[in-house]
Write a protein that binds this ligand. Sequence first.
Ligand code: ADP
Ligand code: MG
Length: 679
Amino acid sequence: MKKDFILNEINTIKGVGLQLSKYLKKKRIEKIKDIILHLPYSETDRSKIVKLNQLVVGKIQSIKVLVKKLNFPRIRNLPNKITCVDDNGKIDIVYFNSREGYLRKLFPLNKWVIISGKVNFFNKKYQITNPDYVTTLDNEQYVVRNIPKYNLTKGINEKKYRSISEEVINNIPLISDWLETDFINKNNLIGWNDSIKKLHSSNDAKDNNSKSFRRIVFDELLANFLTLSENRKRIKKNKIPKNFNNIYSKTIIHNLPFELTKSQRIVLEQINSDLLSNKRMFRIVQGDVGSGKTIVSLLAIINVIKSGHQCALMSPTEILAKQHYELSKKIFKKNNIKIDFLTGKTEYKKRKEILNNLSNGRIKLIIGTHAIFQKKISFSKLGLVVIDEQHKFGVKQRSDLAKKGGENCDVLLMSATPIPRTMMMSLYGDMDISKITEKPSKRKRIITLSKPEKKMEELWPYIQKQILLENQIFWVCPLIEESSFLDYSSAKKKFELIKKKFGNKVGLIHGALTKEKKQEILKGFLEKKISILVSTTVIEVGIDFPNANLIIIENANKFGLAQLHQLRGRVGRGDRQGTCILLFKDGLTKNAIKRIKILKSSDDGFFIAEEDLKLRGFGDLIGYQQSGIKNFKFADPLHHEDLFRLAENYVKNINSQIDLKKYSFLLKLFDKADIINLE
Ligand code: ADP
Ligand code: MG
């Protein structure tokens, strides 16, 4: 096989035709490399020949038998039957839908054969129906053994997949390892070729501490970190430093109705020093919900505008963009700068005018949705791009964005998704990181209560009181992931019930609604036309509903801690006290009780994210699904913390002289080559 064989399509393998390719595609197996990375999840034990008087019904077993009689009834629906014996007993091998000629070849009369399959008992006789393997004695070694078990889809059986997988694994040429032998030994790893062989032929894949599994985890992390590091190098190039005077931002700060927190000030300084430097800024500001990221970004924006550049601020949704737009008009009232608002819905005429004013440089700040980065748009002198709530941005999108901005454009991302420490590097290894660690001190801490669902009745008078006080309420129904229909119907039911109790000012929002409809409902809530908003977890992050002060979350143990924390962050953003009520079904596990305690006792999103990780494990971090963490196939920050650190240090150590060629096989194996346009 040639060096790039791993990128070959699977239909280049002998015996893989169109139909089979289709089935494999369903399992996301499209290229040779996908077969290498598709590890068995277990083994089938066919390793012992069992005598016919020692068979265990229901188990997969291997037998060595003499073919005694073949029976091909000519009546429809009756199966073909082959009777076999050994010294100790008798068994029927039964075939539905099999051709006579084929079976006669497979079962030569009065010859010994090896058969392996699931044993059952029918009509007082042992029987194996459609056995997995039937073979001659000289092939015993191939069948009577432990055989790796792969997660497969309909249309591919074990035997077929095994032949494909073996064809690939047994023919992998010796790869010159990108890791030094010393490094491999010292860190309890194993060479690449050996690790792949072992993962596919033993139980190593099941043991995430085995040397071979650790090796593939390390490789996955290494590929990831190398990509990030390369991305960083390509983005953090020289630029013309921004040149500005701080008095404008100082005046704005002076006129704010509050004082900046120390964290906000530190982060602002970090951003300013990036702006002033001759390297492009590529920074992410992480701060819990309500920590005050927006104002920090606006202060950076005014500096960049005063340095003679344009700025763009992008939000994931229109309603959030609109809030930023209104806020910035207010904040920059005295600065006499032209600000405009652009979304996919902006009318043709207005849009044309905006496009015009962006290219002639009259607009200094454009705020909007992703519409502000359409191909047609050209800026006169774009100096800074700010992306709010960016957790839906992967490395590729970040790198595209940086390209679009041009070489003098600084990039600032803001995220409220707290990421556990171990995962920081794998997500943001290409960026500089700023953290807003404290919340505005005047903000009252949200009161978090828990209640069994069966006492829900007790809530009605409380809710009534809140409505009288003109407090708005979120009612969050559990998201039923498997079924958007069930999801909708449970939210709908709750909506009907609450509507009956509290009349017309009840709204419903759920995932099946169109984007426009959702925005319309959220707008209604923002304008207080709705008092209680029943929803699945589609409540947008980032939007300020200053008047929402109570959030009720049903079946709260279905949510991750970090997610609950994000949800409760929707309330108490104005002057009044925010309250979060977690409803639970009966019989909480110890773990669930622990989780409530953590939420009640802490207000720190980062701490909560760490605890969430510990309690629920990595696979369950729902809130992070879109953040890219899930891109790991093998690495688990809980089990492989040491490897995360090892890979991080490895990349740091070679950073200045990374020879990407040396890792090109690795990068291709893990689908990274495209991201950094590796040749
Ligand atoms: P987030 O970090 O979640 O984006 P925002 O920037 O929307 O938070 O800020 C939430 C609210 O807190 C806003 O109403 C904002 O005006 C207010 N705020 C920001 N900074 C401070 C501060 N230092 N003191 C008091 N309130 C603040
Ligand atoms: Mg925000």
